[in-house]
Design a protein around this ligand. Sequence first.
Ligand code: DGL
Length: 276
Amino acid sequence: MNDMTALPIALFDSGVGGLTVLKALRQCLPHEDLLYLGDTARLPYGTKGPETIVRYTLLAARMLVGRGAKMLVVACNTATAAALPTLQEALAPLPVLGVVEPGARAAAAASRNGEIVVIATEATISGGAYQQAIVRIRPEAQVRGRACTLFVPMAEEGLMHGPLAEGLAHHYLDDIFNPALTAPRPDTLLLGCTHFPLLQTALQNVVGPQVHIVDSAATTAACVSERLAQTNLLRPADRPGTSHFMTTDNRARFVRTGSLFLGERLHNADVELVDL
Ligand code: DGL
């Protein structure tokens, strides 16, 4: 094993949402060590302007890779959409991967009729990164973006199912998915925010069973795996991988909401409080 293969993969998100990506990475690469930072002190990023998001993201990424990492995964759609090229340049030659391109690829592949709806934070939708990435891959696609700001706190509150979640989904999506109002009807809904996979059942109930719902977690994990293999950076399969968690504020809340996103119980001792 060379020195680089032994290093962890660093993951960054504005909060706990990126744990959906960490979970997919664990499944895809069970022998890799993972170092996760959630910048909960500055959450949400999704309602901030692009310069602020770039500034926060650089700060967090530098701190995280300063711990030693062989790759950085920007497990936050808002940070990827606003800051990926800046990060890649600032941290070169470290490989830096985001979630937008993998998500766009998954949506372009899933859609039969090319009518795709992306839901994400206000910053991600207004920057147009997903819309542009999908059209680059599938030029005839018709892509509509919709900012769904309130899904972020809903998911963190654990309000993923039932009338509140479905009511909010109706509020945001009825004008696009109601068959009486639109034609042709979108057949694919891309979850362009790390929080939204938790609302998948409620969303499916609202948009109907014929709509494919895709997110970027699994395709991002596959891209990471591919890149590690290409660059000979895969860790040998000599022991199970470990996960280390860091947060910039309120460890108890990270533990509580993080457990929801990870689908397993986190404990205070698992999470390190850090300052940037
Ligand atoms: N992690 C963010 C994203 O994926 C959502 C939360 C936020 O607004 O910071 O876009």
